[in-house]
Every structure is written in C-alpha cells, then in structure tokens.
Design a protein. Structure first.
Length: 318
C-alpha cells in the first residue's frame, strides 16, 4: 500500500513539462495556459505540424522546438528530454497536447517523484472510475496492459498513458528508441532494465471529439512496436522460445519417422525432411537468442558504466 504524503511546495523545485505536438493548434494553447498555472517550464516539441501549433504554443508562453518533418512521438519526446536535461530539472512531466489530460492534476502526478517514492509515475485512467473510456479503447488497453506487463516485467494498469512524471534517474537512464506510439510501452521495458521504481496515480481523461487517427491503425502500430520491443529487450524470449518449440517439433517428428521405419521398414522421406528443417531452424533461433542475449548484456553493462562515469564527472564539476 502506498502512503500519499502531503503535496510538496512546487515552487521549491524545477519542473519541466514536455508536450509533443502534431497539428494540435485547436487545444495546445489551452493546455499550456492551464499548465502554467503551476510554477513550471513548458517545452513544446512541434513534430512537423502543418498548422499553427508552434505559433499558438509560443504565444501561450511555451518554449517551442520544431522538427522539420513528422518524426513520431518517441523522437519528439527525445528532443524534449534533451532540452529539459540542459536545465537540470528535479522532475520532468510529459502530457499530451490534445487536451485529454487535466493539467490541474499535475501536482498529484509529480508528487511521488519529488518525495523520492518513484522514478516513473504513470497517470492511470483505470485506478478510479472517473474517465469515460470508449469500450473499444478499454479492450485495447487491457490487451496491451497485459502484453506489455508480461513482456517487460513491469506491470501497469494504463500502459498507454501519456501523462507521466520522471525523476532525474529515469530521464538520464536512456533515450527512447521507438518513434511511434509504442514509446509508452518502451518506458516499462526501460524501467525493468534500469531498476526504476514505477508508481501509478489516478487521473481523469476527457475525450474531446473523434480521434485524429484510426483506433485500429494506432492499435496495430502499438502492437507492431511492442513485438519489436520484445525482440530488442528480450531476445532470449523472442528467438529462443519459438526456436525451442521448433526444435521440439523436429525431434518429435524425427521420433515418429524412426518408429514408422522400424514398423514397416519404409522411410517417410517427406516427414523426415520436415523434421530436419524444423530442427535446423530451431537450433538457429535458439543460438541467435542466446548470442543476442549475451551481446545485449555486455552492451548494457558498458552503457551503465558510461552513464555512471558521466554522473560522477557532472557531480565533480558542480
């Protein structure tokens, strides 16, 4: 059970809010003005918008960084995080630009980071029944919550939430490799990878009109990205598990071929070839998984050592 401590005085901390935006001139101004009711700095990353998103954001009081083309949400977050890290914040908050999240809930979201309870705080629309989530989205979210939790090793009730808070340990750990909407799922893989403490707090989401993107298309994008994440972060599971199944199938078919030969003295050539093919492919997949797992572990250790050295050098300069 998590004990909620009294809300800290936000004026005592530096908090940067990152808003990735693509063609959001309709809502971006209101979102920024509401966020600026809190003592925070707002950084908007205009991800190649073709409307006046950047202009409205700048007039509303945000620092605006523009991508010349649409690079995806993950790359927009990377750009925002790099800019925010230059300012040495105590916490970074990400929020969507479409007005679905309530900026007034920012203190609740960032509190566990400022009090040292968590490295990543996820605003979950499912911890309390305050959000009217369309039924199709609910089913999709439940599917991705289950799949992401099992594959990443970090469970969450709202794996697709874009309203999150990060501690310095979290936003200095790594950059996001996914450029699409699976970037939220990647955060759970990174949390498990770097031993980050993850906490969820209840938030309310309001759906403003029809979505800009097809729910089905976005779901398929997240699913494809999630499968790639499994291959990237869990190569042993992604390659060796199906490889083991193929190898087992090849062995069982081989046993059947031998038994048939002993009974009728005839070689089932077709079945024997399939058995050999399954066994070879299975061995290749298993060895690939083992090799990638070892290489990844080595690279991870090297990266962690480099990050620690950079932190020590940064502390020494201070």
């Amino acid at each position: 059970m998590n004990v909620i401590l009294p809300s800290p005085d936000l004026t005592q901390f530096r908090i940067d809010v990152i808003i990735p935006a693509y063609n959001e001139e309709r809502f971006i101004g209101t979102v920024i003005l509401k966020i600026l009711q809190h003592p925070v700095t707002v950084i908007v990353v205009d991800d190649g918008s073709t409307d006046d998103t950047a202009l409205v954001a700048r007039l509303a009081g945000a620092t605006v960084i523009r991508h010349p083309a649409n690079l995806g949400k993950g790359q927009a977050l990377n750009t925002g995080f790099r800019k925010a890290c230059e300012l040495a914040p105590d916490a970074i908050v990400t929020i969507d630009a479409d007005g679905q999240h309530l900026p007034e809930q920012l203190p609740l979201l960032v509190q566990p980071v400022l009090t040292g309870e968590a490295d990543i705080v996820i605003g979950s629309r499912y911890l309390q029944s305050t959000s009217r989530v369309p039924r199709l989205r609910q089913w999709g979210h439940r599917f991705f919550n289950l799949l992401t939790g099992r594959m990443s090793g970090t469970a969450a009730t709202d794996s697709q939430s874009g309203f999150r808070a990060f501690s310095p340990k979290a936003f200095q750990a790594d950059i996001f490799h996914r450029s699409d909407f699976s970037v939220e799922s990647e955060m759970q893989f990174l949390a498990h990878e770097y031993g980050l403490k993850v906490l969820e707090v209840p938030i309310t989401i309001r759906y403003n009109g029809k979505p800009k993107r097809s729910v089905w298309a976005q779901g398929l994008t997240v699913l494809g990205g999630l499968l790639k994440l499994v291959g990237q972060y869990r190569p042993l599971l992604f390659f060796s598990l199906p490889g083991s199944l193929l190898l087992l199938a090849g062995v069982l078919l081989g046993i059947r071929v031998v038994e048939r030969f002993n009974q009728v003295k005839q070689l089932a050539t077709g079945t024997a070839l399939i058995s050999v093919m399954f066994a070879i492919f299975g061995l290749v997949l298993v060895s690939t998984g083992l090799t990638l797992h070892s290489v990844r572990g080595l690279l991870h250790d090297m990266l962690r050592t480099r990050l620690q050295d950079e932190r020590w050098e940064s502390q020494a300069r201070r």
